[in-house]
Design a protein around this ligand. Structure first.
Ligand SMILES: C[S@@+](CC[C@H](N)C(=O)[O-])C[C@H]1O[C@@H](n2cnc3c(N)ncnc32)[C@H](O)[C@@H]1O
Length: 274
C-alpha cells in the first residue's frame, strides 16, 4: 500500500481536515524521514506514530524543519516519534552505510546515481571520491572486483562513519579514507575515475580532480546545480579549465533531479585525455 493511502486509512479523522498529509517518505536504515507543511506538534506526533506502523524497518520518525546547510550539508530534522537513537545502518544494493540521517544527508534523489556507480566502474580501476561523505559513491565503487578507492572527507564526524563503514563492509585497505580538504589532500596522478559529488561551485574543485587523474587521462563525474539554460556555458567552462591544465576533454551531461524550483542537479561526465 502507498504511504499516503496508509495514512488516510490509519488517520481517517485527520485525513478529512485540510491538513496536507505527506505522500512519500525516505527510509534510511531504521529512520523514516518525512516532509510535512505543518508545524502543529499534535499533527506531527499523530503522523509520526502512524508512520511507525507503515514498514517493519521503521523504528524512528523525523520531520524536516529547515533546509540543508553548510559545507558538510547538514540536514535539519526533528524526531517526532519512536526511538530517539537515530544512528543506523542503511543497506543499499548489499552495501552498508553507517550514519545518523538526522545529522548527515543521504540523498533519496541520488539513489539511481549510486546504483550506476557499481556499473560504471570497471574491475581493476583506481577511483578517487573527493567528497566522500559516508561512502555513498566510494563503497559502491569498492564493491567492484579489484578496485582501489581513495575516499576524502573533510568533516571529522562524517569521516568517523566512513571509517566504520569500511570495516562493516570488510573493504580493508581497498578503501583508503583521508580526513581533510580534497583541494590539498587528494593523491596525484593515480586515478582512472574521479567522483565529485558536491553541488556548490563544484567546477572550482575541477583542477584538483584533474591532478588526481592518471597522466593518460580518465573520467571525472562532476555534479553541479544550475538553471537548465546554462548547460552549454557550464560545458564550455569545463573544457576551458581542462585546456588550462593541458588536457583535452569530451563532455556529456545528464539530469539527476530538480534541486529547487528552476534549478537542476546534473552530472557532467568528463572524458579527459592528454
Ligand atoms: C552532500 S555530501 C555528498 C555525498 C555524496 N558524494 C553524494 O553525492 O551523495 C558532500 C560531502 O562532501 C564533504 N565536503 C565538502 N567540502 C569538502 C572538501 N573540500 N573536501 C572534502 N570533503 C568535502 C562534506 O562534508 C559532505 O560530507
Amino acid at each position: 500500500m502507498k504511504y499516503r493511502e496508509y495514512l488516510v486509512q490509519t488517520l481517517p479523522d485527520l485525513a478529512k481536515t485540510s491538513v496536507d498529509l505527506p505522500s512519500s517518505l525516505h527510509i534510511v536504515g531504521h529512520v523514516a524521514l518525512v516532509n510535512m507543511r505543518t508545524e502543529d506538534p499534535q499533527i506531527l506526533a499523530s503522523v509520526g506514530q502512524a508512520t511507525l506502523g507503515f514498514d517493519k524497518r521503521i523504528k524512528s520518525v523525523a520531520v524536516r524543519i529547515g533546509p540543508t546547510s553548510g559545507v558538510d550539508r547538514k540536514p535539519s530534522f526533528r524526531l517526532v516519534a519512536g526511538d530517539p537513537r537515530t544512528e543506523t545502518i542503511h543497506v543499499e544494493d548489499g552495501v552498508k552505510f553507517k550514519l545518523d540521517p538526522l545529522e548527515i544527508t543521504f540523498s533519496r534523489g541520488n539513489r539511481r546515481e549510486r546504483h550506476l556507480v557499481g556499473r560504471q566502474v570497471k574491475p581493476g580501476e583506481v577511483v578517487v571520491d573527493m567528497f566522500s561523505c559516508v561512502g555513498q559513491f566510494a563503497f559502491h565503487a569498492a564493491s567492484v572486483e579489484d578496485v582501489q578507492v581513495v575516499a576524502i572527507e573533510v568533516s571529522q564526524r562524517t569521516y568517523d562513519y566512513l571509517v566504520e563503514g569500511i570495516t562493516l563492509n570488510g573493504f580493508g585497505d581497498r578503501v583508503k579514507p583521508i580526513l581533510g580538504d580534497c583541494r590539498t589532500k587528494h593523491p596525484d596522478g593515480i586515478a582512472d575515475r574521479v567522483y565529485m559529488g558536491f553541488l556548490h561551485e563544484t567546477n572550482r574543485y575541477l583542477p584538483h580532480a584533474l591532478e588526481s587523474l592518471k597522466q593518460a587521462g580518465g573520467v571525472i563525474h562532476m555534479h553541479m546545480t544550475h538553471p537548465e539554460r546554462e548547460v552549454e556555458t557550464v560545458s564550455k567552462g569545463i573544457q576551458a579549465i581542462c585546456l588550462e591544465h593541458g588536457r583535452s576533454s569530451s563532455i556529456s551531461s545528464r539530469r539527476i533531479k530538480w534541486y529547487s524550483p528552476g534549478i537542476m542537479h546534473r552530472v557532467y561526465e568528463i572524458m579527459v585525455s592528454t
